[in-house]
Each structure stands twice: as structure tokens, then as C-alpha cells.
Design a protein around this ligand. Structure first.
Ligand code: MG
Length: 179
């Protein structure tokens, strides 16, 4: 029973086959999403990089005037997350301990929107997707932005996928927005 429900909690509402900047505004509109909580490391930039890539910046620039967006990171390095938040000019919370709900709740409450109208977007099943589903948000799994120099976390991501499938999470790729 507990295993069943965990399996369901690990299933994203949407699995993007690309990194986050390919997420179109039209898709958010289609699911009636009016706000977004974004993971930071490997979702907006590689964990070991300091600068948000220009294509991600451009995407954020376009979308942030359409809806409230918060960055919520598990990273404990305040200086790092603050610098990134300054680059993209968005509010942030760090040290979130996702799948803990506390700081995600804080961000969504600041938007004054119901949970089901807010997307939780991130690259990890057991943190971003799990916390979003626990709160009844619309969860979107994106492909990680991999550093060319170093990707120390891909094995963790692979292990999470394997574990989720063992638990019975289908992890099916959703149909494309045109369908
Ligand atoms: Mg991440």
C-alpha cells in the first residue's frame, strides 16, 4: 500500500524529453498553470557552473512576465543560489530539503495560487517530483543540463529511475502537446 502510493507520487504529470528552455508557454497554458516553482541545480544550470546559460536566461525572460516564478533549491550554499537568483531576477529559497514540503509551500503561498495551478519543474524524481506530487502540484520532469566538464550525479538519477520502476511507477513519456 505504502509502496503503491510512493509509486504514484514518483510519476511526473509530464516528462519533457528536453531541458527546461524547451518548455513552451502554450503547454503551461494548456494545463492551466499560472505559476512555477523551479529547481536550480542541473535544471537551470549545471551544479558546478556559476552562470545561467543564455538560452535558459532568454526562456526565463520571456516566461517570467507571464506568471510568478520561484526558485527553490536543496543547495545549502546561500551565496551560489543567491547569485543565480540575481542573474535571473527571481525570488528564491534554498536549503529546502525536498521532498520536504515546507519551503515549496512557502513559495506557492507567496503566489497566492492553488497548488494544482502551480508547476513544480525539476530534474529529479525523488526530490522535485516527489515533493510536487505530495502537494498536489503539476509536476514536470525535465532533462538535466549536464556540465561538459563533470556529471557526477547522472548515476543518482539513473538509480532513481530504476528504483521508481521497481516500485511500479510507469514513468511513461507523455504525448507531445500537439496531441
Ligand atoms: Mg536538480
Amino acid at each position: 500500500m505504502a509502496t503503491r502510493s510512493l509509486a504514484a507520487l514518483l510519476q511526473p504529470d509530464l516528462i519533457l524529453e528536453t531541458t527546461i528552455e524547451q518548455l513552451p508557454l502554450s503547454l503551461l497554458a494548456k494545463y492551466q498553470l499560472r505559476g512555477m516553482v523551479l529547481d536550480v541545480d542541473d535544471t537551470l544550470l549545471p551544479t558546478w557552473d556559476a552562470e545561467v546559460p543564455p538560452n535558459i536566461l532568454a526562456w526565463l525572460q520571456e516566461i517570467k512576465h507571464q506568471m510568478p516564478i520561484w526558485l527553490v533549491s536543496n543547495n545549502l550554499n546561500h551565496r551560489r543560489i543567491e547569485r543565480i537568483a540575481q542573474q535571473v531576477e527571481l525570488p528564491f529559497l534554498m536549503g529546502a530539503g525536498k521532498p520536504s514540503r515546507r519551503k515549496i509551500r512557502q513559495a506557492v503561498q507567496a503566489m497566492n495560487l492553488p497548488y494544482n495551478q502551480v508547476a513544480m519543474v525539476g530534474d529529479r524524481l525523488f526530490t522535485d517530483i516527489l515533493v510536487g506530487n505530495r502537494l498536489g502540484m503539476f509536476t514536470i520532469l525535465v532533462q538535466p543540463i549536464i556540465s561538459r566538464r563533470f556529471d557526477g550525479k547522472s548515476w543518482v538519477r539513473n538509480l532513481e529511475f530504476w528504483l521508481a520502476r521497481q516500485l511500479g511507477t510507469p514513468l511513461a513519456i507523455a504525448p507531445s502537446p500537439e496531441n
